[in-house]
Design a protein around this ligand. Structure first.
Ligand code: RIB
Length: 279
């Protein structure tokens, strides 16, 4: 890397490349990298600790200049130990939001509250929550915010209204029977991917969204606007998150003594057609 003219590299680890949320994040990383003459090297290592450790080791061997880690397979302290020992700056993000080092983040607690407020304002009281099996810190915040939103209406999200499945379209699809058995009027899916899978399951059973069941997602991936009915969601600025993460990391590479950097990006409620007003 010290050879003049060689391109500098940033290693990127995400949990799931098949999820458009992470594709947009990577697009943002790519764009910001390009303007600084860096190239990203991207890996997806969800739930596979061996694979993730192997990728990190490889990135170290190949002398990556810095790392952006969004998957939470390895604990933040382990990452810190490995990378600091090797003198490699890194930035933890999203599922790996451990508040160590530079930070790019959104207020997931507030995002959860926004979702709850919207569904409650539409008159929903019996609400089911669809979450992943592996609850990372950011998702935990999202759920806590949602609970707090319900508590303001003196409502409690009881455990029997929570369905756990994998955070994919298939996961959402497979959760359909369990979700329906809870007889909710609305369902909040912790990401859009699961909401899209649930759509298919619900529609296959002859139920209409939102007339028979309202569904809300989170992320606002591009697909949200191309399914029927269009999905109401909380927008995460994934592209910008990737850009800012890259900018911060490169600044850190250029100036290791820089004070701790913290950038919060906004979330936005995007109302479309998947939630019915029932008052
Ligand atoms: O869809 C992927 C989800 O997991 C997003 O909501 C993101 O924040 C991540 O943690």
């Amino acid at each position: 890397n010290l050879i003049m003219g060689s391109t500098q590299t940033i290693g990127v680890l995400v949990p799931n490349l098949a999820n458009p949320f992470f594709s947009m994040f990577i697009k943002g990383i790519q764009q910001a990298s390009q303007s600084h003459h860096f190239v990203p090297i991207i890996f997806d290592a969800n739930q596979n600790q061996k694979l993730q450790s192997m990728y990190i080791e490889e990135l170290i061997k190949r002398a990556a200049n810095g790392l952006i880690i969004a998957s939470a397979t390895l604990d933040a302290n382990d990452i810190d130990r490995i990378l600091t020992r090797n003198g490699i700056p890194y930035l933890l993000f999203d599922q790996n939001d451990a508040q160590i080092g530079d930070r790019v983040w959104v207020d997931d607690y507030k995002g959860g509250q926004m979702a709850a407020n919207y569904l409650l304002a539409k008159g929903h009281r019996r609400i089911a929550l669809v979450v992943g099996e592996n609850i990372t810190h950011n998702i935990q915040q999202r759920i806590s915010g949602f609970r707090a939103g319900m508590a303001k209406y003196r409502l409690t999200l009881t455990d029997d209204m929570v369905v756990q499945t994998s955070m994919t379209k298939l996961g959402g699809y497979e959760a359909t029977s369990e979700v329906i058995s809870k007889k909710p009027t609305a369902v909040f899916c912790i990401n859009d991917e699961m909401a899209i899978g649930l759509y298919r399951g619900v529609q296959e059973r002859g139920l209409k969204i939102p007339d028979d069941l309202s569904i809300m997602g989170y992320d606002d991936i591009d697909l949200a606007n191309f399914i029927t009915p269009k999905l109401t969601s909380i927008h995460q600025p994934a592209f910008e998150m990737g850009q800012v993460a890259t900018d911060l990391l490169i600044e850190r590479l250029n100036n290791p003594k820089l004070a701790h950097q913290d950038k919060q990006l906004p979330l936005e409620l995007i109302t479309r057609d998947s939630v019915k007003s029932i008052q």
